[in-house]
Design a binder for this molecule. Sequence first.
Ligand code: GLY
Length: 253
Amino acid sequence: MFTKAIVRTPAPSMVNGLTSAQLGKPDYNLAIKQHAEYIKALESCGLDVICLDADPDFPDSTFVEDVALLTANSAIITNPGALSRRGEVKGMRAILDDYYTQIYAIQSPGTLEAGDVMMVGTHFYIGLSERTNRNGAEQLIANLESYELSGSVVELKDVLHLKTGVAYLEHNNLVACGEFLSHPDFQEFNLIPIDATESYAANCIWVNDTVLVPLGFPKTREAIRSVGYQTVEIDVSEFQKLDGGLSCLSLRF
Ligand code: GLY
């Protein structure tokens, strides 16, 4: 169970964030409203939400998930593969000192963005992407192993981050779309297939047995409900325009 989440208020500079989505510029005022609703949803799942101030120097800094991996024992500060995001780690390190005594950092030439890391119990799947390289993944695996955890790499083909296409919902249930539906690493799970027309909704999050799903993806919502979860829908259209999803907007621990 999670008890806390860290989020960061979007800065007006978010309109210049990285994207390949071709959905237009985000509406900043709407993004602020959607972010507030996102916080409320996390709170409704029982989390204390720590909301960091907007950081206008970093347009993508609202996507806090990419800059740290939080485990039960330690925090690992990442080294984002996107150069424009690398400086985001300083602000995250400062806050994590309040919650963790064991804090590590991925070092260059290793790169890692934690949107590429999916926790399944004591095992961590690490996507090799344009943002996360093998050296970064190996540093993370070595760190995990020092805590009797484990990690393995997954080569990505089409997605930005691993969790763009898969989401673990506990109880052996795995939401998956596209390249992950037939991926050998994931065949042991109870796969919840996501229709290609709703691929954005594969980025959903389990929070204490409720699943947060993006608004506007009814097939996904029903597929997740059909295996017994209660769902909460949240409109994150302005973050979708920046290739960002529900998981990217918080660190849950
Ligand atoms: N806009 C989020 C990212 O590309 O990292």
